[in-house]
Design a protein around this ligand. Structure first.
Ligand code: WTA
Length: 637
């Protein structure tokens, strides 16, 4: 048995869950024995939710790359660590064994050192989905630099905000990235972003698309040249920096209900234990299997289930550069057959989109290697769940519906593949160590089954958010102050008669568009940047593929030409300020917004209209100008 802590039956789950709640310190102490420590910790957990404070494995010394790489060299040196499938199916794939990955991570760690980057420095990584992205993150971790990976779909402005917030000293990027038939000019976006980032001293550019770039003297350098320098130095062994358990591992920016994204901070030991434990148990990974997580490393799912979870478990992780619908909608299925993928972990939005192409792309596809299917990022509707189960899993592969968040570091509520039961559209049961509870508006616990409420967690777990970068008070306010002594998730939730949990969606002003978290305030700020816009209000509405679409109500006083052209202008503005992922799907021009006498926008009303529930708007008598509601209803798109 490769993973002594892998749960093997429903009975064992019940027993272990019970133990994890009754004796959490003892429980996690035992799990932590299965990792490589430079020095053992002094205490398992110290915590105080009222101060947004959780410390795991205090006093311990370790390096996560020793756990992800060095320790596998004894028995897994020739096992593939990363399989890379390029965007273009005609190009050769690449395989990096654990030995090769270890070597390349050390080389790049030396590159970082040669450029004066040291423990505690922040490094921004803005790359396409190529192995060098994983290498760059691991190289940062090797020397104790804190990585902040930014998704390739963010604009220069968003990148610059994030770099400034983190005061990053270096950027690692590519000339460009391939996505389907498009090339994204990453370096050029970085150049724009860096106009306002004086802290950045070096930019390392990996050659990938051969897109022409401008290299700035004294700041920019090629990845390949830097590696050559290291080779001439004689490829030194870069010792893994000794990190404290609570030393910061990475920052990942995510949207909340305010306009400014926050840098969620994860630290070394707890995150590692949590990513590994959840990977091994939820997917029931068996050595030798191929794990294919389709997320981007720019999101938490990629951090935890492409890089740190699988690699810390000595698994083989498949990285795919492209998109599911190019060159055709059979791309995922082709990849699964090509490599005999065992585990497929993807998002409901991808499933719904592929379902829309019917059975044709599945013709002549075998898919018989698949053993476990997973979903993440948003609620999965029953229709998509059944399609996934029948067409992809041949009703033979358990589906794990995994609920979690950037802030939780790893999966929190999910069935364990083939071990605990699944139920369509339900995340089902909490992982060991997770104590969910539902509360009403006033924070009163809702007991019993067959109830709904706001989802909170009442005890820390190793992967819990430690702080929001540079602003601990914001972390406390956002997650630990809504309800006393509880972590508040921002999600609504139902608990059925069997105690299974079903996440119903966000209850705050955060949208979930194709599994991407976007704050309504953020989109409004971006729309309001347009010269002709006076004010705007953004809400979500149900969207067949994306889960939620973005509906914007806009008061516009600029020169009114063609409404559609104006819409395109506004969309372009949002693209520039945030990135293409936040583009509104619908823009309705209005002469006013429904506001209370104190000036607060009544989003509830706007949401109902966007959802098409025109007859059920609710009370409008408290509005400053109730007439505006009729106008908005009439103009609904
Ligand atoms: C939503 C992604 C329903 C939820 C890992 C959460 C889900 C937000 C599920 C976090 C699921 C994630 N079922 N909803 N299985 N998984 N969500 O930070 O609203 O990008 O709060 O992390 O996605 O999104 P994030």
């Amino acid at each position: 048995m490769r993973y002594p802590y892998q749960i093997k039956s429903r009975e064992e789950y019940d027993k272990i869950y019970h133990k994890s709640v009754e004796h959490p310190l003892e429980f996690w102490d035992e799990i932590a024995q299965h990792f490589t420590w430079k020095k053992k910790y002094d205490s398992v957990l110290e915590w105080d939710f009222r101060q947004a404070h959780s410390k795991w494995f205090s006093g311990g010394k370790l390096n996560i790359t020793e756990n992800c790489l060095d320790r596998h060299l004894a028995d897994k040196a020739d096992v593939p660590a990363i399989i890379f499938e390029p965007n273009n199916p005609d190009e050769h794939h690449r395989v990096l064994t654990y030995r090769e990955l270890h070597f390349k991570v050390m080389q790049f760690a030396q590159v970082l050192k040669n450029n004066g980057i040291k423990k505690g420095d922040r490094v921004c990584i803005y790359m396409g989905m190529i192995p060098e992205l994983a290498i760059a993150t691991l190289a940062c971790a090797r020397i104790g630099a804190i990585h902040s990976v930014i998704f390739g779909g963010f604009s220069a402005q968003s990148i610059s905000d994030r770099i400034q917030d983190a005061e990053a000293v270096a950027v690692v990027t590519c000339d460009g990235a391939h996505r389907g038939n498009k090339t994204i000019e990453l370096k050029s976006v970085i150049d724009d972003a860096l106009m306002s980032c004086p802290t950045v001293k070096s930019v390392i550019v990996c050659t990938h698309t051969r897109t022409p770039v401008s290299m700035i003297k004294g700041r920019d350098m090629w990845w390949e040249d830097e590696i050559k320098k290291v080779e001439t130095q004689g490829n030194p062994f870069v010792a893994a920096e000794e990190m404290d358990s609570e030393d910061e591992l990475f920052i990942l920016y995510t949207s909340g209900s305010t306009g400014k994204p926050k840098g969620v901070v994860h630290t070394t030991a707890g995150y590692m234990v949590w990513a590994n434990y959840t990977f091994v148990n939820v997917f029931q990974y068996q050595p030798g299997q191929i794990h294919f997580c389709t997320a981007d490393i720019g999101w938490i799912t990629g951090h935890s289930y492409i890089v740190y979870g699988p690699l810390s478990a000595g698994a083989t992780t498949l990285m795919f550069e492209g998109i599911p619908t190019w060159p055709d909608a059979g791309r995922f299925w082709e990849i699964i057959d090509k490599y005999n993928v065992d585990i497929l972990y993807t998002a409901p939005t991808a499933i719904r989109s592929l379902m829309g192409f019917g059975d044709e792309p599945l013709k002549n596809r075998n898919l018989s290697s698949l053993k476990v299917l997973g979903t993440v990022g948003e609620p999965i509707n029953e229709e998509a769940w059944h399609w996934y189960n029948e067409k992809i899993g041949k009703s033979n592969s358990p589906i794990v519906d995994t609920w979690w968040q950037t802030e939780t570091g790893g999966i929190m509520i999910s069935n364990l593949a083939g071990i605990t039961p699944s139920k369509p559209s339900y995340a089902t049961l909490p992982l060991p160590g997770i104590q969910p509870l539902l509360v009403d508006e006033n924070g009163k616990e809702i007991q019993g089954n067959g109830v709904t409420g706001n989802l909170c967690i009442k005890f820390p777990w190793p992967g819990i958010i430690r702080t929001t970068y540079g602003d601990h008070e914001r972390c406390r306010q956002t997650y630990f102050s809504t309800y006393d002594n509880l972590y508040f998730t921002g999600d609504g939730c139902l608990r059925d008669e069997n105690g299974f949990y079903r996440i119903t969606g966000r209850v705050d002003d955060v949208l979930n568009v194709s599994g991407h978290r976007i704050g309504t305030a953020e989109v409004e700020n971006a729309i309001n940047m347009h010269a002709g816009v006076v004010e705007s209000a953004v809400v979500g509405y149900p969207h067949d593929i994306k889960g939620q679409g973005i509906y914007a109500y806009v008061i516009y006083t600029g020169t009114h030409g063609d409404d559609n052209l104006t819409r395109l202008d506004i969309i372009q503005t949002v693209s520039r300020i945030i990135g293409p992922i936040a583009k509104p799907d619908k823009i309705q021009f209005v002469s006013g917004l429904p506001k209370t006498r104190s000036g607060k926008i009544m989003r509830r009303i706007l949401r109902k209209i966007a959802e098409g529930e025109l007859s059920n708007i609710g009370d409008t008598t408290t509005l400053l100008d109730p007439m505006i509601v009729d106008e908005i209803k009439e103009g609904r798109l």
